[in-house]
Design a protein around this ligand. Structure first.
Ligand code: TXA
Ligand code: MG
Length: 342
């Protein structure tokens, strides 16, 4: 499969072109505040199938449907539960996906056989303009080849998707840097399926009740355990390098890397640490203890390790709370759950 791909600025002409393609049942890559996505009309099953083909995505992994107004919900969901209304009032538009009972108009291809659908109202002006101009609610997963780190720049989308879709809108680097928080309000208790910029604590404050943590978030699922959020079971975000997370102080980290110097390792470290880790090649992924800064850079840094050709990589360990939970969740998957406590 190879088609001509246009990479163009996300200006008025680009937005109009994207909206026209979406109405024609085509797929388009565009920026959101979290990561770049590949959009298709969520009511058009054959359009949505093109997303799976372009990404090489397993069919049993459901997609998120994007809207720009709660007025678009009828038909997409069968119910707008009270908990969802509280969350929408607190965090929409923004990086939050709410799993709700599915409505009749969503194409089967978006839901992977589930009776639920994930809905998100993004805040990025470009994606909102495209929704408005096309009139389409659209399904949009991250615009990477399945298994690769999510793209946070149009150039990273180009690297993965060139020849696989007709249009990439360039809206500059994404602000949040990791995909939206996914929370389910279906079932007895609200449950966090995927951590993101909107934290567990923020969800609990808005709901006034405890939110359960899906077990797949921080640990590897046990053999035979079923992922309630199918995306969590896949090898994900994985660069070619073999990454190991080292949990401990900077001094312990440096000592460990020195003891393994024979492996020719590279380091994925915090801002300002590269100079102290010479001569190892380093990629700095944000300020220590600052989850938002780490989230913004983590996917670009995982791609940078591959571009440098690094094979053995030791990573400084992010915290597991607040926004850092999202960073840890992505990094531990990129590291195939290899974590060494120092
Ligand atoms: O920030 C984002 O959410 C980005 C941008 C493009 O908006 N999109 C995104 O989509 O990350 P994707 O397809 O890469 O991730 C969707 C995640 C997967 O982990 C999937 O399993 C979960 O959401 N998901 C979607 N619908 C679900 C459902 N009905 N039940 C459980 N999990 C669901
Ligand atoms: Mg994805």
């Amino acid at each position: 499969m190879s088609i001509e791909t246009l990479l163009c600025p996300a200006d008025a002409a680009g937005v109009a072109r994207a909206a026209q393609l979406l109405r024609q049942g085509q797929i388009v890559a565009l920026p959101t505040e979290t990561v770049y996505g590949i959009a298709a009309d969520a009511r058009n099953g054959s359009a949505v199938q093109k997303i799976f083909a372009a990404k090489g995505r397993p069919q049993d992994n459901p997609l998120i449907v994007h809207i720009d107004d709660v007025k678009m919900l009828p038909g997409l969901v069968s119910e707008f539960p009270e908990r969802a209304q509280l969350l929408a009032a607190a965090f929409w538009p923004g990086p939050l996906t709410i799993i709700m009972p599915r409505g009749p108009e969503v194409a089967d291809e978006c839901c992977a056989g589930l009776d639920t659908v994930g809905i998100r109202m993004p805040s990025h002006p470009v994606v909102r303009q495209v929704i408005e101009a096309s009139g389409c609610a659209f399904a949009a997963p991250s615009a990477n080849l399945s298994g690769k780190p999510s793209p946070t720049t149009a150039q990273d989308v180009w690297a993965d998707m060139q020849g696989r879709l007709p249009l990439i809108l360039d809206g500059g680097p994404c602000d949040v840097g990791v995909e939206s928080t996914v929370v389910s309000v279906v079932g007895a208790k609200p449950t966090l399926f995927r951590p993101g910029r909107i934290t567990l604590e923020e969800l609990e404050r808005a709901l006034g009740e405890e939110v359960e943590l899906s077990p797949a978030i921080l640990e590897k699922l046990a053999e035979g355990e079923v992922a309630r959020s199918p995306g969590m079971k896949y090898k994900h975000y994985a660069p070619k390098a073999d990454i190991t997370i080292l949990e401990g102080s900077f001094a312990q980290f440096k000592a460990y890397v020195d003891a393994h110097a024979g492996q020719d390792p590279a380091c994925l470290c915090f801002d300002g640490e590269a100079a102290q880790l010479a001569p190892y090649p380093c990629v700095e992924y944000g300020r220590e203890g600052d989850g938002a800064s780490q989230a913004r850079h983590i996917f670009r840094c995982l791609r940078a390790l591959d571009e440098q050709g690094d094979r053995v990589v030791y990573a400084r360990c992010p915290r597991r709370d607040g926004v850092s939970m999202a960073v840890y969740n992505r990094l531990v998957r990129a590291a195939a759950f290899r974590v060494v406590k120092l």
